[in-house]
Design a protein. Sequence first.
Length: 471
Amino acid sequence: MSHRKFSAPRHGSLGFTPKKRCRRIRGKCKAFPRDRRSLPPHLTAFMGYKAGMTHIVREVDRPGSKVHKREVVEPVTIMECPPMVIVGMVGYAPTAKGLRTFKTVWAEHLTEECRRRFYKDWCKSKKKAFTKASRKWADEAGLALINRDLKKIKKYCTVVRAIAHTQMRLMKHRQKKAHIMEIQVNGGTISQKVDWIRQHFEKQIPVSNVFSQDEMIDVIGVTKGKGFKGVTSRWHTKKLPRKTHKGLRKVACIGAWHPARVARSVARAGQKGYFHRTELNKKIYRIGMGLQAQLEVAKAEAAKDDRDKNVLPKPKGNASTEFDLTAKNITPIGGFPHYGEVRNDYVMIKGCCMGPRKRVITLRKTLIPQIKPRSKEKIVLKFIDTSSKFGHGRFQTRAEKQAIMVGLVICLLVNPIFSGSFEEVPGTSKSRCLNVISVNKTVVKIFANILSSWGSLRVLSSYMFRCLLND
C-alpha cells in the first residue's frame, strides 16, 4: 500500500505574503545605511538598467581556500547606469510616529523626461507642471522663499534626501519617462548636506561618484512576472502520488472542517513573479566608462603626448583587461539579446539579479558593515567574455571574426584550385561559400583578380564568381 511521509513541513515562507503584483516597477529603498558624519556628503543609492549577463575569468585571492591563486569562471550581470540628475531635495523632521516630510525644494529647470513622469498622457496634457516652482528662481521674492525653506531644513530636519532622475534619452529604450527616486545623503552635518545638494542642482552625477570597485552593494527591484500559476509551481509543494484522483499537482488537505475557513498559511494557486525583492551583498567587479567618456579620455591622453591631430585617438575599451591583446567593449557581438548596445557607464556585479532585461534596478550601499575578509577581496579580472550571446559565439570582437572569416574565404577559394574540383572539398557547398564571401567582398574581389591573373578561374565555379564580380 502506497503512503506518504508523516513529516511534511510547510513549503514557502509566509514572510513574503501576500504574493501579489507590485504596484510600482521601480525598486523602493525602504531603508538607507546608517549616517556617518565623519565622511563627506555623498549619495547612498543609484539606479541602473539590467542589460544582460556574461562570464568572467579571475584569479581567486582567498588564503586557506582550495581555489586560492587559481583561476575560476564566474557569471556576472551588466547594468547600464547613465548619469543621474539631481532636481530637488526633501527634508525629513522627526515626530512621535517617525520621520515625516517637512520641506521640499525643487530646482529651477526640470527636463522634459522628468516632467513626463507626472503625467499619464504627456501628449494630451498642457505641460504646465513645475512652471510656478521655476518662477520662484526668477524674482527676488521667490528666491527669498527658497532660502527660507533651506534654512528651515537646516534647523529642524535630521534627514535630507536628494530627488534625482535617470536620463532615458541617453539609452535607446522605447520609454521616455524618467524614473525618479529620493536618495538619502549621508556624511557631514545637515547644513553641509543641504549645501551639497544645492550645489549639485541640475548637475549630472555619474555612478563612479557613488560606488567603487570591490564594494559590496544591495540590489532592489521587481522580479520577472510569471502570471497565474498552480500551487506546485508557486509554493513548490510536493506532488501527490501518480494514481491520485483529479490531479496530483495539488495540496491534499487545505484544512479542517472547523473552523470553516481556509487559513492564510495554506498554499494556494495565484500570481507568481512581479514581486518586490531585495538581494544583499552583491560584489562590484568593475565600473566601466561609457563610449563617450572613453573617447574623451583618449583625446586627453593624445593631447598630452602631442600626437598627430589628424590621427583619431582609439579608446582602450571598457571590457579590456591587462591580459587582452586587443581593445574591446562590454557589448557582445550582436548586442545583448533583447537589449542592444551598452553606450553609457556600466556596473558589473557578481551573479544574477532580479527582473528581465531593460528593467530598472536600484543599487544601494550595503546596510551591513562588511568585516569578513571575503567581502574585502580585491578583484583582478583576467578575461571578460564578449562573444555573441545569441547562440554559441566564439569570436570576442568583430575585427577578430572578420579576420578569421576572410582567412576562411581564402582557404575555401585556394583549396579547390589545387584539388581540381570545387565540390570535392568537404564543407564547401556553394551556398555556404557565398555566405562567407559576403563578410568582406572587397578582399575577395582583390583575391579574385589575383586568381584571374594566374588563369585559374576556369577551375572554380563560374556561377559564384559571376555573382561576385558583377556585384
